[in-house]
Write a protein that binds this ligand. Sequence first.
Ligand SMILES: Nc1ncnc2c1ncn2[C@@H]1O[C@H](COP(=O)(O)OP(=O)(O)OP(=O)(O)O)[C@@H](O)[C@H]1O
Ligand SMILES: [Mg+2]
Length: 327
Amino acid sequence: MAAQNNAPLPEGLEIAGYRIVKKIASGGFSIVYLAYDSDGNAVAIKEYLPSALALRPPGELVPVVSRPNLPVFRIGLKCFFEEGRALARIVHPNVVRVVNFFRAHETVYMVMAYESGHTLQEHIARAAARDGRPGENFVRQVFNGVCSGLREVHANKLLHLDLKPANIYLRTDGSPLLLDFGAARQTINSDAPMLAPMYTPGFAAPELYAKGMALGPWTDIYSIGAAMFACMTCSTPQPADARRLEDKVAAQLAALDGRYSRELVEMVRACLEPDPLARPQSVFALQKVLQAVPAAPAPPLAEAGKPSGWRGLVGRVKGLGLPKART
Ligand SMILES: Nc1ncnc2c1ncn2[C@@H]1O[C@H](COP(=O)(O)OP(=O)(O)OP(=O)(O)O)[C@@H](O)[C@H]1O
Ligand SMILES: [Mg+2]
């Protein structure tokens, strides 16, 4: 999906009892604004505006959707609405709180509690710029919170499907919360093959690249592993389809020996198994590892003087094939 190139709503606009303060972010599917409700509480309002389907020139409020794009625009709108409605039922400290939903300007707006902080992606970029990496305790604490939120999401029969550091938000007190659920995109994509895929390469599980493969909690678990990998290496993991040709992830994980405990590295490796059945099958299983007291970091292989259990595990990853069916 292309970057957002539509004009944002003007600052100061009153809409459904909210006053728009400013645009705070925009992506290919939406624009997010800081706004105030009638009691003066800060909210974040997300406007459904897929830039590939809708056009809003400066000075206009209602986006123009061409006739051929209208059916797909409407499907996406319905899914955005449904997704917001489902999210609104979830009240959990690690999931963004949806407080309202309304229709205006022939599109849909999702109102969330405003959170002050920054994304995990920004945190990783800052750490990389300082030539540092997030430490073991940080990774455990953040992903334990992410897993708590995700358990609640799965308990409500929802999948996130776009977990990545850019969609994990860190409040100023350091607690994480999940943002940006991808269900709407998935539907848009499956109904309009001409659109770019919704998944994020590097963070999307192989089954998201394939047609007809079952999605489930294991799909989000792959992305948890990928997001942890991004934290621990300060780099994006290799996309799942490229791993099928030459898997570099295993060697990159092996290079983490000595920096992080073996249990943590092993957990990331297991989450990133291309075969969905070889991954941990529940988020609860991940939390058990994350909450356990970490052992000392594994010594680098060269120092250990003999192959560790980890080397053997690396070999196992290499031997696994990815699902064959592809789009
Ligand atoms: N509740 C919130 N409080 C504060 N800031 C928020 C909130 N929700 C979103 N944001 C800000 O907006 C950014 C984008 O939000 P989000 O990830 O939901 O949308 P997006 O990636 O732009 O979506 P899409 O790819 O669907 O267009 C976040 O990184 C964050 O900076
Ligand atoms: Mg996002």
